[in-house]
Design a binder for this molecule. Structure first.
Ligand SMILES: Nc1ncnc2c1ncn2[C@@H]1O[C@H](COP(=O)(O)OP(=O)(O)O)[C@@H](O)[C@H]1O
Ligand SMILES: O=C(OP(=O)(O)O)[C@H](O)COP(=O)(O)O
Length: 399
């Protein structure tokens, strides 16, 4: 991959940096700033080199139009604190405010443009629309640094297209993530266990097909579970369910049997009356989720089962919390899996935790990050890399 050094002397140059600042928020309070901290080495390196740094980022999944609840204002404030300098936030992405903000930068200063996903062209499937936005972004800068590892699996204007119209390079975070994850991409030591959970179900079900040719065990938790249970003909109440993926999941279950890959599903579920921290809840058998309830965590027997299935693993990849860990009542499954992975790691396994929320969960639940071999800032991105896919945001940076 092209390096920042290849961009030459950056003093006085405007450098556009794509970061992943998709941090968890409670209202406007950032509950975990890990992704902002992870961006600092590249940003400091650029400011120390005298560049005028213009940062691009997304927050959440707004619908291609400005939406105040997804404003990057809290991120600009936190980034400013961490960098020890004010970070101006432009009110738009490529409009008058963005231009004025960039023009106002002195050497070594940093500004942030408003959420890239407020512009529908960012995530457009039409190449020409993304290219048009990339062209407008390119007018704001002299060079581009891709450092949002969590989005390198996205073929989006600020990740992929802009790298084709400006001199481009990989930032330090992207380089170090790729290096750390490469230890599990080639020939992982076996048994190789992959734990999948979280709520981006349709996104992440897609990786399973390839993992069925690589992993020995797939442990399924979080919001993923219910599409598997439904594929087995069980009822899941009001739990998160991707109806249109049920047939695909039936196919995965068949392929797993053929390939000798063990799919481990929870045997019990914490079923709640509603999605709330104080919702009444009960532990039920996974085949008896009552109508009108929703599964918000794997149950205690499942936590023990998952830990046992991790105990002898030599390579472990985990993405996606086992339950709604943000609510104390539904955090036990995630705690059990995190502890299981830490124990396996201390017995010699190589372990990777990936994803904004999974990494946040590890910290929020009080685990020592040093207990894992690598904590990645990217969930979907790390899974797709481990799956062996070519990621558009990386291929476009090829030397
Ligand atoms: N059973 C469930 N039902 C609904 N949401 C869930 C469930 N289990 C986990 N989640 C949610 O999944 C979210 C994280 O999912 P995801 O974005 O896929 O993970 P990551 O950011 O680590 O890649 C968390 O906010 C968590 O509350
Ligand atoms: O949070 C992210 O990914 P992750 O949940 O897979 O870790 C990234 O910011 C990518 O966001 P996206 O999945 O909305 O493209």
């Amino acid at each position: 991959m092209k390096t920042i050094d290849s961009l030459g002397d950056l003093r006085g140059k405007r450098v556009l940096v794509r970061s992943d600042f998709n941090v968890p928020l409670d209202g406007t309070t950032i509950t975990d700033d890990g992704r902002i901290r992870a961006a600092l080495p590249t940003l400091k390196r650029l400011t120390n080199a005298g560049a005028r740094v213009v940062v691009l980022a997304h927050l959440g999944r707004p619908k291609g139009t400005p939406d105040p609840q997804y404003s990057l204002a809290p991120v600009a404030a936190r980034l400013g604190e961490l960098l020890g300098q004010d970070v101006a936030l432009a009110e738009d992405l490529v409009g008058a405010s963005a231009k004025a903000t960039v023009d106002g930068l002195a050497d070594g200063q940093v500004a942030l443009l408003e959420n890239v996903r407020f512009d529908a062209r960012e995530t457009s499937k039409v190449d020409a629309e993304r290219a048009e936005l990339a062209g407008e972004l390119a007018q704001l800068a002299d060079a581009f640094v891709s450092d949002g590892f969590g989005v390198v699996h996205r073929k989006q204007a600020s990740v992929y297209d802009v790298a084709q119209v400006l001199p481009a390079a990989a930032g330090d975070l992207v380089r170090s993530e790729v290096e750390s994850l490469s230890k599990a991409t080639g020939d992982p030591e076996r048994p190789y266990a992959v734990v999948l959970g979280g709520s981006k179900v349709s996104d992440k079900l897609g990786v399973i097909a390839n993992l069925l040719t690589k992993a020995d065990r797939l442990l399924i938790g979080g919001g993923m579970v219910f599409t598997f249970l439904a594929a087995k003909g069980l009822s899941v109440g009001n739990s998160l369910l991707e109806d249109d993926q049920i047939d695909a999941v039936k196919g995965y279950i068949e392929t797993a049997e053929k390939n000798g890959v063990e799919i481990v599903l929870p045997v019990d579920i914490v079923a709640a009356d509603s999605f709330a921290a104080d919702a009444p809840h009960q532990v039920v058998s996974a085949d008896a989720i009552p109508d009108g309830t929703m599964g918000l965590d794997i149950g205690p027997e499942s936590g023990k089962l998952f830990a046992a299935k991790l105990a002898d693993a030599k390579t472990i990849a985990w993405n996606g919390p086992m339950g709604v860990f943000e609510f104390e009542a539904f955090a036990a499954g995630t705690t059990a899996v995190a502890q299981g992975i830490i124990d396996a790691t201390s017995d010699g396994a190589f372990s990777i935790v990936g994803g904004g929320d999974s990494a946040a969960a590890v910290r929020a639940l009080g685990f020592d990050e040093a207990g894992f071999s690598h904590i990645s800032t990217g969930g979907g991105a790390s899974l797709e890399l481990l799956e062996g896919k070519e990621l558009p945001g990386l291929t476009v940076l090829a030397d």
